[in-house]
Design a protein around this ligand. Sequence first.
Ligand SMILES: O=C(CO)[C@@H](O)[C@H](O)COP(=O)(O)O
Length: 231
Amino acid sequence: MLEELKRSVYEANMELPRKGLITYTWGNVSGIDREKGLFVIKPSGVDYDILKPEDMVVMDLLGNKVEGDLNPSSDTATHLELYKVFLTVGGIVHTHSPMATSWAQAGRGIPCYGTTHADYFYGEIPCARNLTEEEIEEGYEKNTGLVIIETLQGRNPMHVPGILCKNHGPFTWGTDADNAVHNAVVLEEIAKMNLMTELLNPSIIPAPQCMQDKHFMRKHGPNAYYGQKKS
Ligand SMILES: O=C(CO)[C@@H](O)[C@H](O)COP(=O)(O)O
């Protein structure tokens, strides 16, 4: 089972350069086996051109390295905080994909302007605030995870499977590592479309709520509202 997870997380990591979401060593993908209480993550600083399945690092939910010769990703503490709270999440991705990272650097959330967005993300894809100096001092990666959780407070993470971290970049998640990468690709496409949409129509407003509801509910069921059930 663990070998299967290492292989699937390795394959998911290799999708990032294939889909143009990262350059060099940027970004990372992890996947969790909740029965074992272990998650697998990309090693830190390893170029995807030379990454191998056996390079994957196995971590426990206390943040200890259980298996692997290399250091885990520098973002491991962020993945860990999210796994501890987002209990339905099976995989997490961080990238520096250019368009989503540009929205993150601009400190803007990504509004829902169309059905492409609404099929995967219910409502705005938020931009999490900057960390304070104290939070950075205390632990940048851990507090990045806590600020992501704070920003999504009250929303089902599987209804908004991604977020932007201001002046940093996007994090996405999903049912497993492969699904998390899928959501990272969709997020980058939406970021690209929205930039063009705002250029073509600077006074654009979000798509009608009834359209957003229809498109999201048709894939995610009738109760996929912001934390409350529609009567
Ligand atoms: O966001 C950052 C650096 O700004 C990191 O995500 C790096 O892009 C990848 O770090 P490793 O996973 O290789 O430690």
